[in-house]
Ligand binder design. Structure first.
Ligand code: SF4
Ligand code: SF4
Length: 326
């Protein structure tokens, strides 16, 4: 019988508005519901995580992991072989924390998953006390920790500075920031070159920016990226989410790529598909329009010719390979 393994499952804590999950997968993803917003339930987190690890080891794909591309078949001995040999408790220290428990933002993107998933039904809770408890309970592998700020837009979270201070105090040096870039974040100027920011620009013109994000922030975003590029060592990636009927045309793609050519720094151009058509799966009959493949191919070729790394998520690549709408 095959045995499976998922690295994210073993090492991740993903703080959402109502749950702590063990990955950032586009599948449902295993985790625990938050019942007490003031306390980390160490026992429940560790026992639940182990239950899923053991299910995969025993060849079962839990319903929360169905459709995910992260688990791998493994020949490694099943059932925590070495630990069971010495009757030792298995430890899974956290080395990947995703801060994604809030939805404060200064724009209103048409594809915003926070709005769609949670609406106004979000408990506002402070994450800092829970992070302090993780450290106090020795649940974090401080030396290897990576922290990813999702959201919401992290520049709008009042707790951002104190969270950053806590992680820095505990020697974390590896950060990933996902942002719309509308507001300048001086906090990023002191981050190392192994940290990165990904800005979802999604366009190359002010008019399209306004249509997607419903706020007039194109010029300030471009200025902020330029400023960050000059004043920091952080890697800068720019993202383009292809949205049907809004930015799925070559003029817009070209305008974006021309901007990206100058602004990407030790990062990449990332192309993706509107989450409402994929992860959020609002329309289960969605088939990729045929011109999406042309857009992705064109962007990849442009990047190749201009020596810019090009990436698209594995999930998206798989979708692009499926039958298309003519
Ligand atoms: S297999 Fe996928 S859904 Fe399951 S824990 Fe791993 S990343 Fe998450
Ligand atoms: S920037 Fe992010 S959180 Fe804000 S509206 Fe857009 S998708 Fe939603």
């Amino acid at each position: 019988m095959p045995s499976y393994y998922c690295k994210m499952l073993q090492t991740t804590l993903h703080f959402l508005p109502n749950a702590v999950k063990f990955c950032c997968s586009c599948a449902e993803g295993p985790g625990v519901k938050i019942k007490d917003y003031n306390n980390i339930n160490k026992k429940e987190i560790e026992q639940t995580r182990l239950k899923f690890i053991n299910a995969l080891r025993n060849g079962e794909i839990p319903k929360e992991c169905k459709g995910c591309f992260e688990y791998k078949q493994t020949e490694i001995p099943k059932k925590g072989f070495f630990e069971s040999l010495f009757k030792k408790e298995e430890k899974f220290p956290v080395n990947y924390i995703i801060v994604d428990h809030y939805k404060q933002c200064d724009c209103s993107c048409v594809y915003c998953s926070q709005k769609i998933l949670y609406g106004d039904n979000v408990t506002q809770y402070a994450l800092l006390p829970l992070i302090k408890q993780l450290y106090a309970n020795n649940m974090i592998d401080s030396y290897n920790l990576k922290v990813e700020f999702q959201g919401g837009n992290i520049s709008c979270l009042n707790e951002f500075d104190s969270l950053l201070e806590e992680f820095k105090k505990n020697k974390c040096r590896n950060y990933a920031v996902l942002s719309n870039g509308i507001k300048y974040m001086p906090q990023l100027e002191n981050m190392d070159s192994n940290s990165f920011i990904c800005i979802s620009l999604d366009c190359g013109t002010r008019e399209t920016f306004n249509k997607i994000k419903n706020v007039d922030g194109f010029d300030s975003t471009i200025e902020n990226i330029k400023r960050l590029r000059e004043n920091s060592n952080i890697c800068i990636a720019l993202k383009y989410i292809v949205i049907n009927g809004i930015n799925d045309n070559m003029d817009e793609v070209n305008a974006f790529l021309n901007i990206a050519k100058d602004l990407v720094k030790n990062g990449s151009v990332i192309f993706d598909i509107d989450y409402r058509d994929t992860i959020l799966n609002i329309n289960p009959d969605f088939k990729v329009p045929s011109h999406y493949n042309e857009i992705f191919k064109y962007a990849e070729e442009y990047c190749k010719q201009n020596n810019i790394p090009f990436t698209a998520p594995v999930f998206t690549k798989n979708i692009l390979e499926q039958p298309v709408n003519k």
